[in-house]
Design a protein around this ligand. Sequence first.
Ligand code: FAD
Ligand code: DLZ
Ligand code: SF4
Length: 508
Amino acid sequence: MTRLVLVLGDQLSDGMAALKAADPDRDVVVMAEVAEEAGHVPHHPKKIAFLFAAMRKFAVRLRDAGWAVDYTRLDDPANTGTIAGELLRRAADRKATGVIATEPGDWRLRAALDDMPLKLHMLRDDRFIATATEFEAWAKDRKQLRMEYFYREMRRKTGLLMDGDQPAGGQWNYDHDNRKPAPDAVTFDGPLRFEPDAVTAEVLDLVEARFSNHFGQLRPFWFGTDRAQALEHLDHWIAGGLPGFGDYQDAMLADQPFMYHALIGLYLNAGLLGPLEVCQRVEEAWKAGQAPLNAAEGFIRQIIGWREYVRGIWYREGPDYTRRNALGHRNDLPDLFWGAPTDMRCMERAVTQTAENAYAHHIQRLMVTGNFALLAGIDPAQVQDWYLAVYADAYEWVEAPNVVGMSLFADGGIIASKPYVSSGNYIDRMSDYCGSCAYRVKDKTGPRACPFNLLYWHFLIRHRERFASNPRMGQMYATWDRMAEDRRATVLAEADAFLVRMQAGKRI
Ligand code: FAD
Ligand code: DLZ
Ligand code: SF4
């Protein structure tokens, strides 16, 4: 009897668990472009186009490999609009007895699949280096789940950058070498750009017709949309970007949206590239003397450390994680996140570049938009929906821990041992933004005081009871306590006034 094999838009890997468990001689693959997945948050048009084009090309790849594929295009009149609806429709057509699926990376979709009146065989997604069981074994008796220790286990497991049982170069982590301020010029010419092929061009027209009301620019569209292009992109970055990746990982320049970053999350998370193969290529480049150790280690840490770690946390914490709000923040997301004019140069750069590229690099996400959302007390659910919508690499399993945990401290400290907050000082040190900003980063109070300076203290004082005893934050409170009383009152009053303006929808 025929079974359906579900392949989702971010499951475009040859070795998907559901494919491995199925039989091309009797089973039928189901892939579907559906309104629910594209619209439950308003995904960036570039992201939708990337996935639809990659899905269409992957379907051809599967057919070439001998699979029967029932593929639903978005504009198919019979399209039911949901993944579950499409499975039910195809099951009736094919008289299928059940569905084989690989666990989706979003609890919402998982619940919808579990609710279907079809026999469902759900398999673990084994594209990660650590299994859920391994992560659980590592996490279970620990008071604190610090990434660094998990990362060392992953180094041992993979053998990446290992010298026997010791880390190559004698150190596990070269993070302190990865914090250089912005350079005058970036020597890497940026990510490889692909001319849309016929499949992509057709998808672009469809996305333009259906989703031009979503935030973000569809064109120019230059992402790769299949594995061969993703590999080409990777090689281009290893040759040109990797050598500078370590030093300038945290740096930001107003006219350089990509710096030395790999722009590889979208390919990895959709399944066009695998985490281990990517790290092995980077390790080879280091061994061949094409990149320094701090660059190779810094990159490999992001993949086998952070990426695996957040996956483990997301899975372990379960469906309610995405709606946590430990700090009780309730302010609405201001319109500037959707492109409304702002006087904050750093925010304007991060949001404009996000609109253009469906991309911002890690420090923009963490220390500009994330830092602002945290300091300004914005409701984490709204922030989370924004990040999920606007980035081409965003899927709940990776976005939620980064937003709820790392950036907003809304999980109460599972991921971060202290909130990632900073005044304008940090942004000034790491970027060239402040020089061309309407606000003045050196002003702590007054009409042109940098909002990060005001909100930083406002945040710390709002949450003094929670954070004052945190040993890593005592110094911050000591500095506040040393300030003259009238100055403290001015800072808090000006921060309040800023937040009132923000909530009233005024330009900030
Ligand atoms: P590079 O800087 O070149 O790093 C290489 C790769 O390392 C990334 O592609 C990614 O796979 C991995 N990586 C690095 N940091 C992390 C991390 N913290 N968590 C998981 N993987 C990491 N990453 C996503 O893939 N999807 C998201 O939706 C996402 N949302 C984020 C939201 C916030 C608030 C923050 C602070 C970070 C988020 N990240 C997310 C992590 C990181 O910012 C992106 O992975 C990275 O910016 C993607 O760009 P890149 O491919 O150029 O990465
Ligand atoms: C993100 C996304 C979008 C925009 N569209 C589709 C789609 O039409 N069909 C599909 O199978 N997957 C899509 N996806 C990816 C899913 O939303 C993703 O599989 C879940 O969020 C789980 O990670
Ligand atoms: Fe951002 Fe403040 Fe610098 Fe302006 S002065 S760019 S708001 S950090």
